[in-house]
Write a protein that binds this ligand. Structure first.
Ligand SMILES: *Cc1c(COP(=O)(O)O)cnc(C)c1O
Length: 379
């Protein structure tokens, strides 16, 4: 069944099939051909990261990160509870115990003030998530990591094109993971990349990504045969996927600017209702430049949110919520721990609602229709 305004509508630049045809004609269909290299280079330029490798998902990049951090059973990683499952499960796959910390009420990012009290002698890494493409308090997080000798892996799935104090997200930690899933800003259906900012991890990353073999060195002519060297899996995307992604990268500025305009329009539209105490709008600290990945509202109760989503649905407008707190999930309880209750996480999980935000929403009165109906329901 079609819906008038879906929650997400993947944007295509129009050049995707042309580049896929190029990949097809080149007869290089497996990973690490010209399109993959072009995408890696584009991301390197964007982030200033010395090495970027495309993966088939952000989850793959996070799994690689757990291997690169040498996570062993019983090691602890500090994570937010308010995040996507694989921020955490990628580390649990290596035997890590996730230690769940609270989020800040303003940005909904990991509360940097609650990190240190959760560090033990078993802590190996901190995994900040740049929620909605708004940067975490990276100066503080990096200082804590340095003081305690911990790795930092940025889950930057949502933050391509965003920055903190003028520096691109994903360029702070030892490692960072980004996503090109079709619900993100720049897409290839499924897709991702790992940024390797600690250059000492580069060779190991290449081995892990190529099934645990030294095939990358073999292709560069540095060894005359390739062999099994370490743990690893198959984390490369095909050239067909990279070809699609490259078309998107070429329009990344245009996509971001269009999304920012839509975001700003929502923000203005809900100002009055915020003043009346009906809702709270997103807060972006002045040191953060975001990428308009998401527009959400925080309503006053779970009941209000349930009703809002149902009423928008009647008007054929798709609105969604997330995340169920991971510390309270069956697997979170089984594998993780938390020192104290996480009331902000719980409240946000109950009251946050995401509005449609996609390139094309600004046209044909689509966004007007969403705003008009939302104001009517909430006003
Ligand atoms: C989308 C997302 C992921 C997973 O990305 P995939 O590319 O689908 O694996 C991980 N973390 C966060 C915060 C995300 O938003």
């Amino acid at each position: 069944m079609s819906i008038r305004i879906p929650f997400n509508k993947p944007y295509m630049t129009g050049k995707e099939l042309y580049y896929i045809a190029n990949a097809h004609a080149s007869r290089h269909l497996s990973g690490d051909g010209d399109f993959t290299r072009a995408c890696n280079k584009w991301l390197q330029k964007l982030s200033g990261s010395p090495t970027v490798l495309l993966t088939h998902s952000c989850t793959a990049a996070l799994e690689m990160s757990a291997l690169l951090c040498d996570i062993k059973p019983g090691d602890e990683v500090i994570v937010p509870s308010f995040t996507f499952v694989t921020t955490v499960s990628s580390f649990v796959m290596r035997g890590a115990v996730p230690v769940f910390v609270e989020i800040r009420p303003d940005t909904l990012n990991m509360d940097e003030k609650q990190i240190e009290e959760n560090i033990t002698e078993k802590t190996k890494a901190i995994v900040p998530v740049h929620y909605a493409g708004v940067g975490c308090e990276m100066d503080t997080i990096m200082r804590i990591a340095k003081d305690h000798g911990l790795r930092v892996v940025e889950d930057n799935a949502q933050g391509v094109m965003s920055s903190y104090k003028g520096k691109p997200l994903g360029s702070f930690g030892d490692l960072a993971a980004v996503s090109f899933h079709e619900t993100k800003n720049i897409i290839s259906g499924e897709g991702g990349a790992i940024y390797i900012n600690d250059t000492s991890l580069k060779e190991k990353a290449e081995i892990i990504r190529e099934k645990g073999t030294n095939r990358a060195r073999f292709f560069r002519g540095q060894v005359d045969k390739y062999t099994w060297e370490d743990l690893g899996s198959s984390y490369l995307p095909s050239e067909i996927l990279a070809a699609f992604l490259y078309a998107q990268m070429e329009e990344a500025d245009k996509i971001t600017n269009t999304r920012l305009a839509i975001w700003d329009r929502y923000h203005q539209a809900f100002e009055d209702l915020e003043k009346k105490g009906k809702l709270r709008r997103p807060i972006v600290p002045k040191e953060c430049q975001h990428n308009a990945h998401m527009y959400y509202l925080l309503l006053n109760s779970l009941e209000e949110r349930t009703e809002f989503i149902a009423k928008m649905r009647e008007k054929e407008i798709g609105c969604v919520f997330h995340y169920l707190p991971l510390h309270d999930s069956p697997a979170g309880k089984k594998f993780g721990r938390y020192a104290k209750e996480l009331p902000v996480t719980k409240k946000v999980s109950d009251t946050l609602v995401r509005l449609p935000l996609w390139v094309g929403l600004e046209k044909d009165g689509n966004q007007d229709y969403v705003i008009e109906n939302a104001l009517k329901i909430l006003g």
